[in-house]
Write a protein that binds this ligand. Structure first.
Ligand code: ATP
Length: 214
């Protein structure tokens, strides 16, 4: 039973991590797991695990733990990981190409259905998964025809806002932006930003602290 559809995004991110741990545990033949063990594997604490999972319903059996298989199924159903999601990607440079060829997307149910670029020399070029690069002018029709649900942006930052607007106009409301720029978000649209250098800044800060302690 799902308690509430409003699960905080920090919990959602942790739960997606729990899911990966649970799948690994299942592959080793384990049937039950305690919140303590799951917390250790996911580098958090048992109270946090119990709180996050409580958004998904009443699972654990006190003193025994969680049924691994049941928990995997419930989490997948609730976060939508039990189905396939159709993606398109705009800007097929080095990063775009690497993402389309990355196995992990397919393994987790994310399927690249279309790719767009502004460079005419790239039109028709076949990507590792068999799709061909299309011009931007075909974006709207392709998104509708292939019922694409999520758009990825891997263009240079100067083009990212225009592309986000085009994706929005084509009917997409979910965007994953890899371009290092904060995008304006239309109402009803969710944009997740992946800026690798923000993560590096975090590491650089810790490195600097370590150096100061020496
Ligand atoms: P490349 O060397 O293949 O051009 P790159 O990895 O150096 O790419 P960028 O210059 O960041 O990367 O460009 C990424 C991709 O985005 C390129 O394929 C480029 O043609 C494409 N691109 C640039 N502007 C736009 C735009 N407005 N709409 C769609 N794609 C664009």
């Amino acid at each position: 039973m799902v308690k509430n559809s409003k699960i905080p995004s920090a919990s959602l991110e942790r739960v997606a991590l729990y899911l990966r741990c649970l799948e690994e545990i299942k592959s080793k033949g384990e049937i039950v797991i305690s919140s303590e063990r799951l917390a250790i594997l996911c580098r958090t604490n048992p109270a946090q695990v119990r709180k996050d999972l409580s958004y998904f319903g009443e699972f654990g059996v006190r003193g025994i733990g969680y049924d691994v298989d049941e928990l995997i199924k419930s989490i997948k159903r609730i976060i939508g990981a039990d189905r396939e999601w159709r993606l398109c990607i705009v800007g097929i440079g080095n990063l775009g190409l690497a993402l389309v060829g990355h196995e992990n997307f397919r393994k987790r149910g994310y399927r690249f259905m279309a790719a767009f670029d502004i460079d005419p020399e790239k039109y028709g070029m076949e990507l590792p998964n068999g799709i061909r690069i299309q011009p931007l002018s075909e974006m709207r029709d392709t998104i509708k025809r292939l019922e694409i649900q999520i758009g990825l942006i891997t263009t240079p930052p100067s083009a990212a806002q225009e592309i986000a607007d085009m994706l929005g106009d084509a009917g997409l409301s979910m965007i994953l932006n890899f371009s290092p720029i904060q995008l304006r978000q239309k109402e009803g649209c969710i944009i997740e930003n992946v800026d690798f250098t923000v993560k590096l800044d975090n590491l650089a800060y810790h490195l600097k602290e370590l150096e100061q302690d020496e």
